[in-house]
Design a protein around this ligand. Structure first.
Ligand code: GDP
Ligand code: ZN
Length: 312
C-alpha cells in the first residue's frame, strides 16, 4: 500500500476528482469515512484545491483511490449562506492568487464593493490582482477615470491589469501571470469573466459552469467550483463571486489591518488600538491628509466600520 499526494480538482458529489499537479491526469477518489470535520460549522470536508493523501484500496473490485488525509491548507476561501449564518462552505483552498474582475462600465464597479472584496482576500491570505475589463468600451471616453483607478489601487499595493477581449489587451499578461499557479477568477455577473477565461484558453467554456450552477443551486453534495488547466500553464478556478461579507469575524479595531496601505503606516499611530477616526496623533489620518492614502479607500473603510456596528 503506497501513500501518494494529489490535488482535489472537483467535487463530483459521491466522489472527488484528483490530479497530481502539475500533471493533469484526473482520477476519481472517495473519502474514507473517518475524516472528521475540524470546525463543526464547515459543511464540506474537502474543497477544490485541497492537497490530499490517498491510497489504493485493494479490497474493492476496481482498486479505487481512497483519500486518507487532508494536508494543512495554506489559505482558503469560505462562503457563509448568509452574513450571520454559522454554517459555512469552503469554496477553494490553496489559492495562489485571486483575479478580481471589475469594469468601469457595464457594469460600473462600486469601489466600496471592490474594497470589501479586497479586505476579504486579505483576511483569507490570498494575494489579489485587479483586472479592469472591457477597456475598449471606455479607454477613449474615460482615460482620467482609468488613470485614477490605477492610482488608487496600485497605491494601495494591488497590481492592476487592463484587459479587453476585443482588442486582446492584457490577455498575454494574465496568461503569463497564471502560469504555474492556481488562480481564482471572481467577478460580478456581466463583467466579462467568462469571456476573459475563454480568451486565456479557447478550449475552456465557463458558460457550461453557469448552466450547472442554476441546476445545482441548493444542493450541498456537489461543489460548484472546479479547477481547469490552462493550455498555457497554471490552473483556473471559476468562481461565481467572492462575496464581501458582513465583517462579523473581524473586530472593529482589526479592519484597518486588511487595508495594506493603512497597515503600513498604522505603526506610527500614537494610540494602540487606533480606529483611525478621531484619535489624536493618527498616522493613517496624517497619510490621508498628505494624499498618500486615497480618500476613496478611506471612505470604504469608514463604511465598513459603520456596517460593523449594525451587525453587533
Ligand atoms: P460574465 O458574466 O462576467 O461571465 O461576463 P461575460 O463574459 O458573459 O460578458 C458579459 C458581456 O460583456 C457579454 O455581452 C460580452 O460579450 C461582453 N464583454 C466581455 N468582455 C468584453 C470586452 O472586453 N469588451 C467588450 N466590449 N465587451 C465585452
Ligand atoms: Zn490611527
Amino acid at each position: 500500500m503506497s501513500l501518494q499526494e494529489a490535488t482535489v480538482v472537483k467535487n463530483a458529489g459521491s466522489h472527488y476528482l484528483l490530479s497530481a499537479l502539475p500533471s493533469w491526469d484526473v482520477f476519481p477518489a472517495v473519502l474514507r469515512g473517518k475524516i472528521r470535520l475540524k470546525a463543526s460549522e464547515i459543511t464540506n470536508p474537502i474543497a477544490v484545491g485541497d492537497r490530499v493523501r490517498y491510497e489504493w484500496d485493494s479490497d474493492g473490485p476496481d482498486g479505487m483511490a481512497v483519500i486518507t488525509e487532508i494536508l494543512p491548507r495554506r489559505n482558503y476561501v469560505i462562503r457563509r449562506s448568509t452574513n450571520l449564518s454559522r454554517q459555512a462552505h469552503i469554496i477553494a483552498a490553496n489559492v495562489d492568487r485571486a483575479y478580481l474582475i471589475v469594469s468601469l462600465l457595464f457594469p460600473e464597479v462600486k469601489l466600496p464593493f471592490l474594497d470589501r472584496i479586497l479586505v476579504t482576500c486579505e483576511l483569507y491570505g490570498i494575494p489579489a490582482t485587479i483586472v479592469l475589463s472591457k477597456t475598449d468600451l471606455y479607454r477613449d471616453v474615460a482615460p482620467e477615470q482609468i488613470a485614477r483607478f490605477r492610482e488608487i489601487y496600485e497605491g494601495a499595493g494591488y497590481p492592476v491589469i487592463e484587459t479587453s477581449v476585443r482588442t486582446g489587451e492584457g490577455i498575454d499578461e494574465i496568461r503569463r501571470a497564471c502560469n504555474g499557479c492556481v488562480n481564482l477568477f471572481s467577478g460580478e455577473s456581466g463583467v466579462g469573466k467568462s469571456s476573459l477565461i475563454k480568451a486565456l484558453d479557447p478550449s475552456l467554456d465557463p458558460k457550461i459552469g453557469e448552466i450547472s450552477l442554476a441546476h445545482l443551486q441548493g444542493k450541498h453534495t456537489t461543489s460548484l467550483y472546479e479547477m481547469y488547466p490552462l493550455a498555457s500553464g497554471g490552473y483556473v478556478i471559476d468562481s461565481p463571486g467572492i462575496r464581501g461579507f458582513g465583517l462579523v469575524d473581524v473586530e472593529k479595531e482589526e479592519i484597518a489591518r486588511y487595508f495594506p496601505e493603512m497597515l503600513r503606516v498604522s505603526e506610527g499611530c500614537r494610540f494602540t488600538p487606533c480606529t483611525h477616526t478621531h484619535e489624536p496623533g493618527c498616522a493613517v489620518k496624517a497619510a490621508l491628509d498628505a494624499g498618500e492614502i486615497a480618500p476613496e479607500r478611506y471612505n470604504s473603510y469608514l463604511g465598513m466600520l459603520e456596517e460593523d456596528k449594525k451587525f453587533r
